[in-house]
Design a binder for this molecule. Structure first.
Ligand SMILES: [Zn+2]
Length: 613
C-alpha cells in the first residue's frame, strides 16, 4: 500500500504569501506600523479553477445559521472586505461562524454594514480584523464601547477603537504599542504551551500598558525566550493580537481562541474532555483479520469507535493489477463484511467514506485507485508531491453527488449493512455543491472541511479561493451540516517526501494541548494496515491525558446512553443511524457512469485479498 493517503495533510498546511507593504498610511489617528498582509488560506489560489466564475451558483449561501443546538445564544460575526485581500475576510468570517455555531445561532456580514444598536440583539460579537485600516463604522465602535455584551476582537483595526474612546487606556487598563514581528513559536495558555507556526510573519500586537485592571489570558512566546501578551481582556472586550484563524495546525494557538469563545458565549460551560477514534479507508480489500483485532482491542479498552468505509473498490487503470481493470463490491468480500459486522458488535459505527474513494478512470491524482485518489474534487500532483486543488469535477452537480450517495447506499444494503448516516469526504475534499448535497442527505459529516469564497456572502462560488478548517468541537457549519471534529490527524510511522511522520507521542502531545478547550475533543484516525501497537499507544495516551472516548452518536448529543451500554448493545452510534436516508437517497437511480465493470468481482477477489498484505 503506497503512502498516498497522506494528501489530507495538506489541509493543515497553509501557504503563505507575505506581501511586504508600505509604511503607515496618511490617514488620521494613531495607528501601528502596517504589518505584512497574510494570504494564508487560499491554498488553491495559484492553480486556477476548473470552472468559470459563477458556475457554483446554486450552492447555498449562508448569512446566518441555526447553530449546533438551540441554546438561546446568538452571535454576530463581522468581517472585513476592503483592500486587495478583502476576499480573505469572508473566508475568516466563515471560519468564525463555524466556530460560534457550537454555541448557538449566528449571523455574519461585512463589518461595514453594521448598524447602530445591532449588537444589542445578540449574545455577543466576534470581529475578525483582517484588512489593515478597514474603515469601521462609527456605529460599531460606539456599540463596542457602550455595550456590556461580550466582544471578541481579533487582530486589525483595534486602533480605531482606541482612537474612538476617550481615555481608552484608563477605561480598559491597556493600550497597544504596535505589531511585534519577532519570531513567535508558541502561545502559553492555561499553563499549556500551544504551537504557533513560527514563519507566520504577519505580526502580533504588542502593548505599551497592560495594567492591573486588565488580564492577559494568553502569552506569545518568542523564540528567544521572552514573551508578551497574546490576548488581553477587560470590561466586555477580549482582544487577540493576531488572526488566530490563519495557519491553523494541530495543537495550535487556535485552541486558545476556541476556548476564549466560551468566556464570551457560554461562560457557564462545564469542563469535559471527550475523544474520538476512526479506523480509516476500510474497503472491500481490507484485511478482515486486522479489522477484528482492532475491534477486540478497542472493545477491551471500552472505546467506541468509527470505521470509515467505501463500499466499492475500483482500480480502473489496473494500477495494482498489471494494467487490468478491476472492481470489487463489498458484498463480494464476505469476510470483510463479516469483520465489519463484528466491529459493529464491538462498538463500531460505520461512516460512509465516499462510494469508491476515486474518480472515473483517471488518476486523481495517483493511480485512479480506491483509497488513494480523490472522489469529489479534481486534484493534480506536482513534482514535489504537493497537490493542486484544481476545482470541482467537470460533471459536478447535486444530482451527480446524490447519485454517488445512492450507489453507495445500494452497495451497503447489498452487503446487508445499514446505510451510514454520517459522511466523510475522501481526502476531505468536495465542492460547495457536494457539501450542500451531503447536508441534505446525511445527519452529519466527520472530517476537516473546505470553505469557498461565496458560500457566506452569496457571491458566485470561487473554488480557487478557499480555507481548510478543523474543529475542536462539534459545529453546524456554513453548509448546514453538523460536523464531528477531527483535530489530531493520523498516525504516520514514516515520512513520505514532503509529508512528515506523525507518531503516537506527537498525537498524544497535541491531545494534551487540546485540553485547553474546556469542552473539546481529541480526535484522530488510524489506518488498519499499520501495526496495532500504534493504535494502542495513541488510545491509551489520550486516555491517560484525561479524555473519555465516545461514539459519534454520543458526540453529536443525539443519545445519552453510556459507553458501556453502547458497547454491550452492539449498536454504538446507531441511535439515529438508520433513519437518515433523506429524499436524495432513494434507490431507483442506476445510471452511474462508471458502474460498468462490477460483473467480475468474484473471480478477482481472492487475488485482491492476498495482495493487500
Ligand atoms: Zn480516505
Amino acid at each position: 500500500m503506497p503512502l498516498r493517503y497522506r494528501s489530507w495533510i495538506l489541509l493543515i498546511l497553509a501557504l503563505a504569501v507575505l506581501v511586504t507593504s508600505g509604511s503607515t498610511s496618511a490617514k488620521s489617528g494613531r495607528k501601528p506600523r502596517r504589518h505584512a498582509d497574510d494570504v494564508t488560506v487560499g491554498r488553491g489560489s495559484a492553480s486556477g479553477s476548473a470552472l468559470p466564475p459563477g458556475s457554483g451558483v446554486g450552492a447555498p449561501t449562508r448569512q446566518s445559521g441555526p447553530g449546533q443546538q438551540p441554546t438561546g445564544a446568538s452571535t454576530l460575526v463581522l468581517y472585513d472586505t476592503s483592500g486587495p485581500y478583502g476576499w480573505l475576510g469572508e473566508l475568516y468570517g466563515m471560519m468564525a461562524a463555524n466556530l460560534v455555531s457550537h454555541f448557538g445561532s449566528w449571523t455574519a456580514h461585512p463589518v461595514n454594514t453594521y448598524t447602530l444598536g445591532e449588537l444589542s440583539r445578540y449574545t455577543g460579537v466576534v470581529y475578525i480584523g483582517s484588512t489593515y485600516d478597514e474603515p469601521l463604522p462609527v456605529a460599531f465602535l460606539s456599540d463596542v464601547a457602550g455595550s456590556s455584551k461580550p466582544v471578541v476582537w481579533a487582530y486589525d483595526n483595534i486602533w480605531q477603537l482606541t482612537s474612538h474612546v476617550p481615555d481608552f487606556a484608563i477605561k480598559y487598563g491597556w493600550n497597544w504599542s504596535g505589531f511585534d514581528t519577532t519570531p513567535v513559536n508558541g502561545v502559553l495558555y492555561k499553563g499549556e504551551l500551544l504551537k504557533r507556526y513560527v514563519a507566520n510573519a504577519a505580526g502580533i500586537m504588542n502593548y505599551s500598558t497592560v495594567g492591573f485592571t486588565a488580564q492577559a489570558p494568553a502569552w506569545a512566546m518568542r523564540t528567544d525566550g521572552t514573551s508578551f501578551p497574546w490576548a488581553v481582556r477587560s470590561n466586555n472586550l477580549t482582544y487577540i493580537g493576531e488572526n488566530p484563524l490563519a495557519f491553523i495546525g494541530e495543537g495550535d494557538r487556535y485552541l486558545a481562541f476556541a476556548d476564549l469563545l466560551f468566556d464570551a458565549l457560554a461562560p457557564t460551560a462545564i469542563e469535559r474532555h471527550r475523544a474520538l477514534v476512526r479506523i480509516e479507508d476500510v474497503g472491500p480489500t481490507s484485511d478482515p483479520v486486522k479489522l477484528r483485532a482492532i475491534a477486540d482491542y478497542l472493545f477491551s479498552r471500552k472505546v467506541p469507535f468509527s470505521v470509515g468505509v467505501f463500499p466499492r473498490w475500483r482500480d480502473p487503470l489496473g494500477f495494482y493489477n498489471g494494467g487490468v481493470a478491476e472492481t470489487i463490491v463489498l458484498k463480494n468480500a464476505p469476510t470483510v463484511v463479516a469483520a465489519l459486522k463484528y466491529m459493529q458488535q464491538k462498538g463500531g459505527t460505520i461512516i460512509e467514506h465516499g462510494w469508491t474513494h476515486q474518480y472515473r478512470n483517471i488518476s486523481n491524482p495517483y493511480g485512479g485507485t480506491s483509497g488513494d485518489d480523490f472522489e469529489f474534487y479534481r486534484v493534480t500532483e506536482n513534482a514535489d508531491h504537493s497537490l493542486t486543488y484544481v476545482g470541482p469535477v467537470p460533471e459536478d452537480s447535486t444530482a451527480w453527488a446524490n447519485n454517488r450517495f445512492q450507489q453507495a447506499a445500494k452497495d451497503f444494503r447489498a452487503a446487508s449493512l445499514s446505510v451510514p448516516s454520517i459522511f466523510e469526504f475522501p481526502h476531505y475534499a468536495g465542492s460547495a455543491i457536494d457539501y450542500a448535497a451531503v447536508a441534505k442527505a446525511f445527519s452529519a459529516r466527520y472530517e476537516r472541511s473546505l470553505y469557498f469564497r461565496g458560500v457566506l456572502s452569496g457571491s458566485p462560488i470561487d473554488h480557487s479561493r478557499f480555507a481548510g478548517q478543523q474543529f475542536p468541537f462539534v459545529v453546524r457549519d456554513v453548509y448546514g451540516s453538523l460536523v464531528l471534529p477531527e483535530n489530531l490527524g493520523a498516525i504516520e510511522p514514516d515520512p513520505w517526501f514532503i509529508f512528515p511522520a506523525r507518531l503516537p507521542a506527537e498525537i498524544v502531545d497535541d491531545a494534551r494541548r487540546a485540553r485547553v478547550v474546556r469542552d473539546g475533543f481529541a480526535s484522530f484516525f488510524f489506518h488498519p494496515f499499520l501495526d496495532l501497537s500504534y493504535l494502542k499507544a495513541t488510545v491509551e495516551g489520550i486516555q491517560t491525558a484525561g479524555y473519555t472516548f465516545v461514539s459519534p452518536s454520543q458526540a453529536l448529543g443525539g443519545t445519552t446512553f453510556s459507553t458501556q451500554t453502547a458497547i454491550q448493545s452492539g449498536t454504538s452510534g446507531g441511535g439515529s443511524g438508520s433513519s437518515n436516508a433523506g429524499s436524495g437517497r432513494s434507490d431507483d437511480d442506476d445510471d452511474d457512469d462508471d458502474d460498468d465493470d462490477d460483473g467480475d468481482d468474484d473471480r478477482k477477489k481472492d487475488k485482491k485479498d492476498k495482495r493487500n498484505d
